[in-house]
Design a protein around this ligand. Structure first.
Ligand code: GLY
Length: 371
């Protein structure tokens, strides 16, 4: 299968996202083609390295790269200051220099962590993303956001540091547990809901087959998401305005995710799915869309097996409205504790709504939490 290319147009920081099958085996030549020097520092999720490092390493070797591998424990806990500082120390002890390129091999955690490290090591090194989850392929590996978490919250310390190349090998998605694949698919649907109504329709007809392993359909879905994200990032790289649309479902979602405690009981994409359902439900409450449209969004999420409400059956601890509101007020988009939501005037017509009224948000949360 040939691969698709999506360009992220950012003047001298422009780069390509390559999407297709077999890219891990060709990684060396693609990394060479963007002008990287001989030394690579690969930062990999330890589980992902077990599955995919042999293929990647063979391809890098054939192309004459000298590589060092640092493995990082899987999971959100690795986006900590401790792991970050250990990574910097390890990288320096390996004798990296300014011509070294950092390569991230893994999901969003590794991309964010390695990306942040590459942006500060020796005042900034080149960076290549090889995302291995659907979520990372359609969202976190594109656009240059890097971050770690602090006690005060998620992604609160980081940089904008664009990669030189993103290699999204669709073969690696075959090794993902179904639950992780689905969680990433929530971010796929997100692009349809933000500003691509035709894509939303297309997903209704083709999404299930893409999730079941149809590589052609998955390639179309991932490239459409990358095109959607590339357009928004090119227009607003540092989130002065419309890039915030990419947070559709995230203000509600992050609050549920944080309250669940990042312990695997609620994955990020699952929380985003609940958040998007609530954002449309809230839009209907405010009279911005019809109830039918909000139900349609819920039905599409549910049809593939994504959640639209928190689990109230005892498998997850049920958060209080006050705790959720506190989290929402602490969101990065809040100004003076006023909650900014991404709402919709229709499917594919999302907009940024600053100063969202707290009483109405409480009502939406209360409905979501009632049995
Ligand atoms: N994941 C949201 C963004 O990149 O802006």
């Amino acid at each position: 299968m040939s691969y698709k290319t999506v360009r992220v147009d950012l003047n001298e920081r422009s780069y390509d996202i390559l999407i297709g099958s077999g890219l891990l085996d060709r990684a060396g030549e693609h990394i060479r083609a963007v002008g990287c020097h001989d030394r690579l520092l690969v930062v990999a999720d330890a589980s992902v390295a077990g599955l995919h490092w042999p293929r990647l390493s063979a391809s890098l070797k054939v192309c004459g790269f000298r590589t060092e591998l640092i493995k990082v424990a899987p999971g959100e806990a690795s986006k900590s200051f401790n792991t970050f500082s250990n990574l910097l120390e390890q990288a320096l002890s390996l004798g990296i220099d300014r011509r070294t390129t950092v390569v991230a091999l893994g999901g969003g955690v590794i991309g964010d962590l390695a990306g942040f490290a590459s942006s500060v090591l020796l005042r900034g090194l080149d960076f290549v993303q090889i995302p291995t989850t659907l979520l990372a392929q359609v969202d976190s590996s594109v656009g240059g956001k890097t971050a770690i978490n602090l006690g005060a919250g998620k992604n609160l310390v980081g940089t904008f540091h664009q990669p030189k190349l993103v290699l999204a090998d669709l073969d690696v998605l075959q090794t993902l547990p179904r639950r992780d694949l689905l969680a990433g698919y929530a971010e796929v649907i997100k692009y349809g809901l933000i500003n691509r109504p035709n894509f939303f329709e297309w997903l209704d007809s083709n999404g299930a087959a893409a999730l079941s392993g149809n590589l052609e359909l998955m390639a179309s879905a991932v490239s459409e998401c990358c095109r959607a994200k590339a357009e928004i990032v090119a227009a607003d790289e540092r989130e002065a305005g419309q890039r915030a649309l990419l947070n559709l479902g995230h203000t509600f979602g992050h609050a549920f995710e944080a309250e669940a405690g990042y312990n695997g009981s609620l994955l990020h994409g699952e929380a985003v799915s609940i958040g998007m359902a609530l954002a449309f439900h809230h839009s209907a409450r405010l009279g911005l869309i019809s109830k039918e449209e909000s139900i349609r969004v819920c039905e599409s999420l549910k049809a593939v097996g994504l959640p639209v409400r928190p689990d109230l059956t005892g498998n997850q601890s049920v958060p209080t409205i006050e705790a959720l509101l506190k989290r929402m007020k602490a969101d990065k988009k809040s100004v003076d504790s006023n909650i900014t939501l991404i709402l919709a005037r229709g499917i594919g017509k999302a907009f940024v709504c600053p100063n969202s009224e707290v009483a109405a948000i409480k009502a939406t949360l209360s409905e979501a939490l009632s049995p």
